[in-house]
Design a protein around this ligand. Structure first.
Ligand code: BG6
Length: 464
């Protein structure tokens, strides 16, 4: 790994998961239901969501494997309704203990816990009171964060606020966050911004050494051509899809371009007195975390009724917005089995852009390849995943050579888990979990070829 020697020896090589996708134990030991449990119940045709990877019961075995892989960090999320079954009020001590034990287990092996507060799994009790449409959800989130800081703040140094707020707002249907209109979605976004701001401030008020940051999905964009109309459409897309979320976390203000777009379309959220001050005061990120899978390409809107949905053959592949921009295909890029573009160079571009704009250290909290892996003679030869990760790590290294400060890389995922809406067969892990969509088998843990590759890479880069 000579070419990787520029990674600092304290670089946090890690891997990621999220609670509802990996834990199972959805209704055990006092856990309350989340909107993800409700979604699983509504879609029994996709997969058996209830057990996921059974990490709730097998976390010790899993953490031991993480240690064997050489992980320096593990990014996981706390299921809000496991510790506060109704979203607020009564604390479920058994749930609190689960994460406490998980954190201790990680620390036993010197693995840095990276804790995401909220990863798509709003407590169902809050959803029934209006979810993020309801301002009261902000207070509930702050109460939940306070509990997390109180119980785990002595051992956890890195906190992420909200996973992929931008995906929840723009593609809520895919990840279980519902809204009836764009106007309503942006009101939800405003409430999440307030919740995030209060939580970042609370974290620093309560904990001296903890670091906290936002975790949106950030990807750079290409105009379909050098036609200036395509170029400005791409610029608009980037502001609406990405910069809004980081600008708010960093500056505590709406990106002005996006604010004008919101007002122009009648989507602007209602502000209450004091909101502007809360947003400003809470703009305290210590770092920026991003999830990156692939870039986007857009063209100028045609305003012909077809800007929203782009189709290639029979497949609906992306979304645009009527009169603002439309999605386009980048013929320079290859695609995964699930039609996600593969763009390692775009990863470098994205990292440089984020660094240029904010000059805060960057963590990569997700990046990875979803594929239908095959278990053959007790082994999984996922060379395609190794190829994907290697290309991205090379580009990350080049970004670091460009001067971008990156301190952690946590690909998705540490082990196989349920995908957001495409079942268990779409696998991302370094560790294969032996189950099918509906046949749960023994849920045995089997390191894939990529596990050993990542183990070598971590060893090779941290012992220089
Ligand atoms: C990210 C999410 O959007 O992408 C994860 O934070 C998710 O929760 C991952 O699993 C991969 O997406 P999918 O839809 O293939 O599960």
């Amino acid at each position: 790994y000579k070419q990787l020697q520029s990674f600092p020896s304290d670089f946090l090589w890690g891997a990621s998961t999220s609670a509802f996708q990996v834990e199972g134990g959805a209704d055990v030991d006092g856990k309350g239901p989340s909107i993800q449990d409700a979604m699983g119940a509504r879609h029994p045709d996709i997969t058996d969501f209830s057990v996921a990877s059974d990490h709730y019961h097998r976390y010790k075995e899993d953490v031991k494997l993480f240690a064997e892989m050489g992980l320096k960090a593990y990014r996981f999320s706390v299921a809000w309704s496991r510790v506060l079954p109704a979203g607020r009020g009564e604390v479920n001590e058994a749930g609190v203990e689960f994460y406490s034990n998980l954190i201790d287990e990680l620390l036993k092996y010197n693995i840095e816990p990276v804790l995401t507060l909220y990863h798509f799994d709003l407590p169902q009790a809050l959803e029934e009171e209006g979810g993020w449409n309801n301002r009261a959800t902000i207070d509930a989130f702050v109460e939940f964060s306070q509990l997390v800081f109180e119980r785990y703040g002595d051992r956890v140094k890195y906190f992420l606020t909200i996973n992929e707020q931008n995906v929840m707002i723009l593609h809520g249907n895919a990840v279980g966050t519902k809204s009836e209109s764009k106007k309503q979605a942006y009101q939800q976004a405003h409430h999440m911004f307030l919740a995030q701001a209060r939580t970042m401030k609370l974290c620093h008020d309560m904990l001296d050494t903890a670091k906290i940051g936002p975790a949106p999905n950030i990807i750079s964009v290409y105009p379909e051509s050098c036609n200036p109309e395509d170029v400005i459409a791409a610029d608009n897309w980037m502001a609406i899809r990405c910069w809004l979320y980081l600008d708010m976390a960093y500056h505590g203000e709406y990106n002005s371009l996006v604010w004008n777009y919101l007002c122009d379309r009648g989507y602007q959220p209602d502000f209450e007195e004091g909101d502007a001050e809360i947003l400003k005061e809470g703009a305290q990120p210590d770092f920026i975390s991003i999830n990156y899978y692939a870039t986007m390409t857009v063209a100028a809107a045609r305003n012909d009724g077809n800007d929203v949905t782009f189709r290639e053959g029979d497949q609906q592949i992306m979304y645009g917005e009527e009169g603002v921009y439309r999605a386009a295909v980048n013929t320079n890029l290859s695609k995964t089995e699930y039609s996600w573009f593969i763009d390692p160079v775009g990863f470098r571009t994205t990292l440089r852009q984020v660094w240029d704009k904010y000059r805060l250290p960057i963590m990569i909290s997700e990046n990875g390849l979803g594929q239908k892996d095959e278990l053959v003679d007790g082994q999984v030869d996922d060379q395609y995943r190794i190829d994907y990760l290697k290309l991205h790590i090379d580009q990350m290294q080049l970004a670091m050579a460009d001067g971008v400060e990156i301190f952690s890389y946590c690909p998705w995922a540490a082990l196989d888990l349920v995908s957001t809406h495409q079942g268990y067969g779409k696998r991302y892990g370094f560790i294969y979990i032996d189950r099918e969509e509906f046949d749960l088998k023994e849920l045995a843990r089997i390191p894939k070829k990529s596990f050993y590759w990542y183990q070598d890479l971590i060893k090779g880069t941290t012992q220089v």
